[in-house]
Write a protein that binds this ligand. Structure first.
Ligand code: NAD
Length: 512
């Protein structure tokens, strides 16, 4: 890194882009097809690349939540009046509209959320694909006929739940928004989604585009508001039929507790502390690249980040030296520059947490191999930058092995045997993801079967697809929110019994 030029104000450009979608410069919530404001306080939106406030928006108050829930309930009934094929056509049109404005969407997400533009350009296309994938499911989602041992015809129906409340975090707001909205509406539900108060813009735009594509007004409502107020109010609302939460384990348990009071089910997509295991027989060049993508992609602000790197002792020293040298070459800087691979941390609170966890890691005995704070060359920007950081010889009992950092910080721990690698990988309450690097096919599959995680990669890291189920084990949550599995979670099964006998026997007890 040499010259850095981020001393800019992205505010005017972000507001111009926003106006191009919303028709107004004011930022609020998107309810029943309109941008609305309610009587909430003004909340700041901060540019992670400069630390400066670029806009403000109105926090949703209770009246906004009520209006969104009413609109969603009405729109859901309208949505289900369409044929399944017609719903699929609307979903394909949403995908088309996203593709049509992909450049603007990527720019607003990059500038407002601090995500590297080179990542986001690809993510916008992925979000279009999410709607297109589920468009194809609309007319293929059906029940089955069960050959019951009586004279009845028994069949099942996959019915929508009604109004789904979704709450999402700041690390990948656009991607997570599409990931949740698409299966929900495919299954016939309406959505009230509350993105993080730190990054509401791209989700608001998704709501606007859903309506522009022909979805009934109010099918997708987006709440600009805080978690403890607006989020909790939506979860507790009497019209809520399902809650889907993506975020921290702490908030997830509070949300599940609120939902449980009304006997409302939840899907929880929570944090992780995923183990990335490298054996001595791995393709080392490939494994080093994979270990970089695992933790430094998205500046480590990724739920599946490979934050625990377990390396066989026989290659540990050389691996860490090469890994640290490679990490120092990753371009860190302005998220809107084409060359940037690591942008800023999204917010100051998270940057401070990362800084403190690294200090604590060193105090607990880890050796700093590279990184450890904001790159000096970026100091003048005021942005929340954090250099890719490798801490070596991290003890399995250290806080860095136990707690999620959610930043570009990896702890390396050597191991001596396959058994020890699996034990270390599973020595954590989370269970979101994991990976192994080896050329031994049998070992790869043995380990895939033994590591407790909802997603596991062999000689790869961080590949996910809307077609494949995604979710956590243990404290990483429950329920699945992609692939065919999500459609089961977003519907409820009804069993219908039809008597076919000419002279049916009437029984007082259970028959069957
Ligand atoms: P967070 O839990 O603080 O906030 C997430 C969302 O929940 C935000 O919209 C916030 O406003 C809302 N919220 C917070 N407290 C709430 C409460 N008491 N009631 C209702 N809503 C509340 O998480 P974050 O800091 O925004 O995101 C980081 C976390 O998200 C990390 O733990 C990360 O691993 C996790 N995450 C998980 C996945 C996944 O798919 N498993 C994906 C991305 C991020």
């Amino acid at each position: 890194m040499s010259k850095v030029d981020i001393l800019r104000d992205p505010g005017p450009r972000i507001r111009e882009l926003w106006k191009g979608f919303a028709g107004t410069e004011e930022i609020g919530s998107f309810v029943d097809g309109e941008i609305v404001f309610g009587a909430g306080d003004l909340l700041d939106l901060t540019d992670p690349a400069t630390g400066k406030v670029f806009a403000q928006f109105k926090d949703a108050d209770a009246s906004v939540i009520d209006a969104a829930m009413d609109a969603a309930s009405k729109a859901q009934r309208e949505w289900m009046k369409l044929t399944a094929s017609a719903r699929g056509r609307v979903m394909n049109e949403i995908g088309r509209k996203i593709r049509e404005r992909a450049g603007e969407i990527a720019e607003i997400e990059s500038r407002s959320a601090g995500r590297p533009i080179r990542d986001i350009r690809g993510e916008v296309v992925k979000v279009a694909e999410m709607f297109e994938y589920y468009a194809g499911w609309c007319d293929k989602l059906h029940g089955e006929v069960i050959p019951v041992p009586t004279s009845h015809l028994n069949y099942t129906r996959q019915e929508p739940i009604g109004v789904v409340v979704q709450i999402t975090p700041w690390n990948a707001p656009l991607f997570t928004g599409g990931w949740q909205i698409a299966p929900a509406i495919c299954a016939g539900n309406a959505v009230v989604i509350k993105p993080s108060e730190l990054t509401p813009l791209s989700t608001l735009i998704l709501g606007v585009l859903c309506e522009a594509a022909g979805a009934p007004r109010g099918l997708v409502n987006v709440i600009g508001g805080q978690g403890v107020t607006a989020g909790q109010a939506a979860v507790a609302h009497k019209r809520t039929g399902l809650v889907v939460f993506v975020g921290s384990a702490h908030a997830g348990s509070l949300i599940a507790a609120t939902a449980a009071k009304n006997v409302v089910p939840c899907i929880l997509e929570l944090g992780g502390k995923s183990a990335n295991i490298v054996f001595a027989d791995a393709d080392i060049n490939h494994a080093i690249l994979g270990a970089q993508a695992a933790i430094f992609g998205g500046a480590g602000q990724s739920c599946v980040a490979g934050s625990r790197l377990l390396v066989h002792r026989s290659i540990h020293k050389e691996f860490v030296e090469r890994y640290a040298a490679a990490a120092q070459k990753i371009p860190v800087g302005d998220p809107y520059a084409d060359t940037t691979q690591i942008g800023p941390i999204n917010n100051l609170r998270q940057w401070t947490k990362i800084t403190e966890m690294v200090k604590q890691g060193v105090a607990e005995g880890a050796a700093l191999a590279t990184g450890g704070g904001r790159p000096e060359v970026l100091d003048a920007t005021g942005g929340f930058y954090f250099a890719p950081t490798i801490l070596d010889n991290v003890s399995p009992s250290a806080s860095l092995s136990k707690e999620e950092v959610f930043g570009p910080v990896v702890g390396v721990t050597p191991f001596d045997s396959e058994e020890e690698a699996v034990t270390l990988a599973n020595d954590n309450p989370y269970g979101l993801a994991g990976a192994v690097w080896t050329q031994n096919v049998g070992r790869a599959h043995r380990i895939a079967g033994q590591v407790r995680a909802g997603t596991f990669w062999i000689n790869s890291y961080k590949t996910i697809s809307v077609m494949s189920p995604f979710g956590g084990f243990g404290q990483s949550g429950y329920g699945r929110s992609s692939g065919r599995d999500a459609l089961m979670a977003y519907t409820q099964t009804k069993s219908v019994w039809v008597e076919t006998a000419a002279e049916p026997a009437v029984a007082f007890g259970y028959v069957g």
